[in-house]
Design a protein around this ligand. Structure first.
Ligand code: ASP
Length: 298
């Protein structure tokens, strides 16, 4: 029996640890149950991510972070060990962008569709935008605007400096699963970073940076997207599997002198379904179930 599943609820400075614990436990148990009922790795990942997208504790679907203009746009991705993949980015206010990413993988010849094109596909497939703004995020956005007020237009450097403290909180969600056949899937969903410039694309929908799956395992990233992308992180970790195994590859990556100060984290499964996780950020929430054995971040 090879089944295994691990989820994350983001890397950064997590304020509400009990809400994260509850959320990742709920999602991983639902994903596991799906695997036990014979679901593919892809469907187990989808099951877990749908739950996390509905949970306002996380920066995905309902409860997504707002951009500088106060709007919500979401990104999501999926990849299977056979190389199939689909992703969407800058989609307006969609509660379940993971469903759009899966449809893009299954129904189109493309890997990544963004903006108006992704919105149009969502409508075509019956997915409607919703108001996903929570009271908590509206308050945070107002606070952010107060702190950076006037600076965005007049002094760009100042804007980025003032924005930095808001980046401590990252609640993007991700999941990696392995089914009975030994196939892997990885999926991610995010509302992106608070106060980002409209149009910004982070690592979550970028193959090789935010996620990677292959015959030897699968990896999902979370944290500061620009930093994750700069190091093509998920693929970099994946490619160490053959030589040293996933755990050593992840630990070696996080210990690198150019990586160790970055607020980023990862989850993954190796080819035996062994769960791995690690982060250089203050916190990362995660939970896994393998062969019925459950564990969660402390
Ligand atoms: N990586 C995501 C992004 O940069 C944020 C996160 O993981 O919380 O959009």
């Amino acid at each position: 029996m090879k089944r295994s599943i691990i989820v994350h609820g983001g890397a950064g400075y997590i304020k509400d640890l009990p809400a994260h614990k509850k959320g990742v436990e709920h999602a991983v148990r639902a994903g596991w149950e799906a695997l036990e009922n014979g679901a593919s790795a892809q469907n187990a990942v989808k099951t877990a991510i749908l739950i996390l997208e509905d949970d306002p504790a996380f920066d995905s679907g309902y409860g997504s972070y707002l951009d500088l203009k106060g709007d919500i746009s979401v990104d999501a991705s999926i990849m299977l060990s056979n190389g199939n993949s689909g992703a969407c980015s800058n989609v307006s206010s969609l509660r379940h962008p993971i469903e759009l990413a899966i449809k893009i993988m299954e129904e189109t010849d493309h890997l990544l569709i963004v903006g108006a094109g992704a919105d149009a596909l969502a409508r075509r497939w019956g997915m409607k935008p919703e108001d996903l703004r929570t009271e908590k995020e509206i308050i945070k956005h107002k606070k952010l605007l107060k702190i950076i007020s006037g600076k965005a237009a007049s002094d760009e450097k100042e804007y980025y400096t003032k924005l930095r403290p808001f980046r401590d909180l990252s609640d993007t969600v991700g999941c990696v699963a392995m089914d009975d056949t030994g196939a892997f899937a990885v999926g991610l969903s995010t509302g992106g970073m608070r106060g980002r410039l409209p149009g910004r694309i982070g690592d979550t929908p970028v193959l090789g940076s935010g996620f990677y799956a292959g015959p030897s395992g699968a990896v999902a990233a979370t944290g500061h997207g620009e930093k994750i992308m700069r190091h093509v992180s998920s693929y970099e970790i994946y490619r160490g599997i053959e030589a040293e195994g996933l755990k050593a590859s992840l630990q070696g990556f996080l210990a690198r002198s150019d990586i160790r100060d970055l607020d980023i984290g990862f989850i993954g499964l190796d080819k035996d379904g062994e769960p791995v996780w690690g982060h250089n950020s203050a916190h990362m929430s995660w939970a896994y179930i393998r062969d019925g054995n459950y564990d969660i971040f402390k």
